[in-house]
Ligand binder design. Structure first.
Ligand code: ZN
Ligand code: ZN
Length: 356
């Protein structure tokens, strides 16, 4: 935690803040170690801080919180932390602009009327984008649970089986194999529904020739995994087979090229140019990937919107896709660690065309 906090406070000068009030649960967890749902912490510019929670969490906070003074009170955590900032005479108080509600801000202003509120923009999220090896270990474990779940579920996939049944089976296997909870709503989109990049599993039953896009992951140690495989029921149409081959080529090329120092835009372009050359450029409507960690979507963005170099030890997805309305779609997604000379792929499931 110490190193995280020192990385965090190194930006306080530039932000012009004397302390940062942290309220987003994943960020509270990141800086304090507290994994419960209710709590707030005040990080001072000297790296010291106070963590506030309510009596339901007194035992848990004592066990988990590292490097922060723990305060347990029945008052709302935000109010208590704000009061402390006011008592300490903190002049410039950073708040999490992307998380704090308008109402919470109003309540904070009532208890700390003299503090100047500074809206910060995801400052902890940026620190989180570069992982420690201990965090990568947890994500690696979450990824291998998802791999094992897919292996267990492949035999279930057949004509007549509903998308929901596959999703439930994936989720059951992930939990059984040690996953804490699902990483996000499991996507199982089959046949024409596979043209929806984010088609959450429904009641549709699989038919011969269907592509089946499965996008899923689970939490382990507070960190999530994220992977996608597309398989076929019986024999795919010639066009879907070609689409699969193009997506696989784009995904493989991106994995082979990605390394520290590349911008998100450059990495995205590696996959996108292959899909464009194949004539499907306008059917790849999302970015190549995104950071993954305490949340399923975090920094860095691996897309044309990110023109900054990506750092070693970031964990990102590599997930090109092609979606053809009325026909179906294909996406292949691996979770990888960006390393100085390339990537470490955390997803080990086969990417060869699978027909079941
Ligand atoms: Zn995914
Ligand atoms: Zn993803």
């Amino acid at each position: 935690m110490k190193e995280r906090v020192s990385r965090l406070i190194s930006s306080f000068g530039e932000l012009g803040i004397d302390a940062l009030l942290v309220t987003k649960p994943q960020n509270v967890r990141y800086v304090t170690g507290f994994s419960g749902s209710t709590g707030a912490c005040l990080v001072r510019k000297d790296g010291s801080g106070v963590f506030v929670t309510d009596p339901r969490y007194d035992v848990q906070a004592a066990e988990e919180v590292e490097g922060f003074q723990v305060v347990v009170t029945r008052d709302p955590a935000l109010k208590e932390a704000g009061k402390r900032a006011a008592d300490e005479g903190i002049g410039s108080l950073g708040i999490e602009g992307a998380h704090m509600t308008v109402l919470a801000r109003k309540e904070l202003a009532e208890v700390a009327p003299d503090a100047r509120m500074v809206e910060t923009d995801r400052v902890i999220e940026h620190v989180r984008s570069i992982k420690e090896e201990s965090e990568i270990d947890l994500i690696r474990q979450a990824a291998s649970i998802a791999d094992a779940a897919l292996e267990a579920v492949l035999p279930v996939i057949a004509e007549g089986v509903a998308e929901l049944d596959i999703a439930i089976e994936l989720e059951y296997q992930m939990r059984k194999l040690g996953g804490e909870k699902v990483g996000f709503d499991t996507i199982v989109a089959s046949g024409p529904r596979a043209a929806m990049a984010h088609g959450v599993a429904g009641r549709r039953r699989l038919q011969p020739g269907d592509p089946v896009v499965m996008d899923f992951g689970c939490f382990y140690g507070g960190y999530t995994s994220d992977m996608t495989r597309t398989v076929f029921v019986g024999t795919p149409s010639p066009e879907m087979r070609r689409v699969y081959e193009v997506v696989l080529r784009a995904q493989t090329a991106a994995c082979e090229t990605l390394k520290a120092g590349m911008t998100g835009k450059e990495a995205d372009a590696v996959a996108r140019s292959i899909i464009e050359e194949a004539g499907y450029g306008d059917r790849f409507g999302h970015g190549l990937g995104h950071g993954v960690g305490l949340e399923v979507h975090e920094y860095p963005l691996v897309s044309s919107r990110n023109e900054r170099p990506m750092h070693a030890s970031s964990v990102v997805s590599v997930e090109p896709g092609i979606y053809l309305p009325g026909l179906g779609g294909v996406r292949i997604e691996d979770l990888v660690v960006i390393r100085p000379g390339g990537i470490e792929n955390l997803t080990s499931s086969s990417k060869e065309l699978i027909c079941l």
